[in-house]
Design a binder for this molecule. Sequence first.
Ligand code: ZN
Length: 374
Amino acid sequence: MFGCARVVYNDCLHLRDQCHAAGQKVTDTEVQRRVITLAKATPERAWLGEVSSVALIQACNDARRAYQNWFDSLAGRRKGRKIRHPRPRRKHGRQSIRLTRNGFALHGARLYVARIGDVPVRWSRPLPSQPSSVTVIREPDGRYYASFVVERAAAPLTACDREVGIDLGLVSLVATSDGELIANPRLLRAKERKLARAQRSLSRKQKGSASRAKARRRVAVVHRKVREARLDHAHKLALRLVRDNQAIYAEDLCVSGLVRTRLARSVSDAGWSQLVRLIEEKAARYGRTFAKIGRFEPTSQACSACGVKDGPKPLDVRAWQCAACGAVHDRDINAAKNILAAGRADRLNARGAGVRPPSLVAAGAEAGTHRSAA
Ligand SMILES: [Zn+2]
């Protein structure tokens, strides 16, 4: 089923590319008809008939979405970094199929997948509602996951009057305006040697051999452990920030712009975007406010006590004294205080005018470099 969905996805991309190159318009229905219905009738793709068509249709939809995103990005209709042409799905690596209501069912504790049958599941938690769809994933380390789309009621916490600004950094993962520095668990680096060893071992194995497959799995396992530990830490940190504060403000960082610089390893290691996403989700769930300050602010240059801009400072300057008022600042905590002030100002503005202020999100290059220039 994974293989069929992958082939259909790739055929969709190929067909759309061909039509695009020939200057032909092709409707979504026509794409689906050609890569599924007509393809099934050919000897090369006859095996598509052996699996549930629900997964194939979803693969078609995924390819359409990927193609649309790429087009929107080209036309400048999409925020964020430019995205590239969708890549074909590969046989190695993560595999997934998506099934809507008519492609799966729950039989007690088992998951019924159309044309596959009942699959035993080790549930991580009870489902809060009837799932509307399920994604079955096979990770490169050989583990299978079922991820359900469910509806969950919001669970607002009792209101409190604390607000916090957070600065996402490299030295500390998070600095808060309350003066707290939360360490960055440099998990990837700590396990890097282990990972490097596993990867070296993989590169020495002969292509197509059984030992290569084994070595590849070992690399995938180390990756998974790092990923899980990082996610766990991010969940706990996000929950703590959301529970303790009524509003949380953060900078609108164009993380992807930074990732390509020499800071790449540390940045992806820190997992900023993951953390921000979790804070956003938890804030929505618990009735808290999360806002990104939607404009470029030189938060690490201005003194949070008197507001005087002290000029850019190299990244290795961790603490400084304001020449105007004499206040001594930790670089990141000072930035967090400025973020809190900017976030509050945005909020008051929005309330006063009755509308949200136009958010002038910093352009990728600006946002991507201002931290190292600041
Ligand atoms: Zn000052």
